[in-house]
Design a protein around this ligand. Sequence first.
Ligand code: PLP
Length: 389
Amino acid sequence: MTPPQKPLSRVVEACPPSGIRKFFDLAQTMKGVITLGVGEPDFPTPWGVRESAIHALTRGATTYTGNSGLLELRELICADLAARHGITYRPADECLVTSGVSEGLDLALRALINPGDEVIVPEPSYVAYQPCVAFAGGVAVPVAMDPAEGYRLDAARIAAAVTPRTKAVLFGSPSNPTGAAQSAEDLTALVALAEREDFWLVSDEIYDRLTYTGTHTSTAAVPGAWDRTVLLNGFSKSYAMTGWRVGYVCAPEPLAALMHRIHQYTMLCAPHVSQVAAIEALRSAEPDVTEMVADYDRRRRLFVKGLDELGLTCPEPGGAFYAFPSIRSSGLSSQDFAEQLLEEQKVAVVPGDVFGPSGEGHVRCSYATALPLLEEALERIGTFLSSRT
Ligand code: PLP
């Protein structure tokens, strides 16, 4: 028996597999590896949240919910956004509960893009952004941001890439992989550009609670931005809930209705029990978040200082749980650095070039790892570097 000979999707075939997975899979086959490779909290989901899900299951929360998600959850999400960022969305029709930010990202791009539309992606960028633009029929236009300027969103660089086909700029703040948290001033300049050139802003704010050097500015809260912003957020990172698959997307009508239409035919709804857990997270887990953030911050300080002492400098990451140091002093490419460090010292990091060509010369290290392991990782990286001088 032979499968059909007709070509499979060329768009998907042209998209390389995730470079993060490759290292993660390799590290899992080895013993004694300290992994700084995965972008996942090392804390368990707060107990109260887990308990609420257990109770929900005993009560039979095993069915579909309405397509948009439980109304109580949408009301809490909108109240939370209003309280923390001063932005207003109507729970009934401007807020959709999704299976993680991943689904929200896909919905936003599919609802926005016509074939050939361009989406500017400031780089280094989260690995899913550019493939998702391509899957939606668009053309991703990467634009490198400057490490010397802390990877701030530079509206002038973005402006240089705008064409009549520019439909949106897609970015995350705080950023995966650089940890850069964008300032109100830079976002304001970007919003002014979006108004002038008439494009959307797709703003991934999944790390909005994990900020250390200032408060988070939500893109939608910038004057003039609300009508042209798609806000993506979720529970995976802030509440240590990656496996629950629950997030949300907020946007004005009629875009929100189009995203809802795709979602009702593809995902139907986010997992019911996870939605109940998300309600509990918003109701009671703030103290847990505060504790986790304080812990990440301690690790961030220690780790960034340690890297610096080894000559692996990086702009201070203001949010998320990533450091993105330059490894140029080692003389190695980012792929070689990551491969040899894993092989010789059993420390897994992600080569910077998987986040776009401008990530070359850097590696991404996640400090969502216990302090003693971070200390040990720094020692091993030190041994690795000194074996090369
Ligand atoms: N957006 C960013 C910037 C991420 O780093 C990740 C996960 O690493 C996601 C989205 C995916 O989030 P979710 O688990 O909510 O699908």
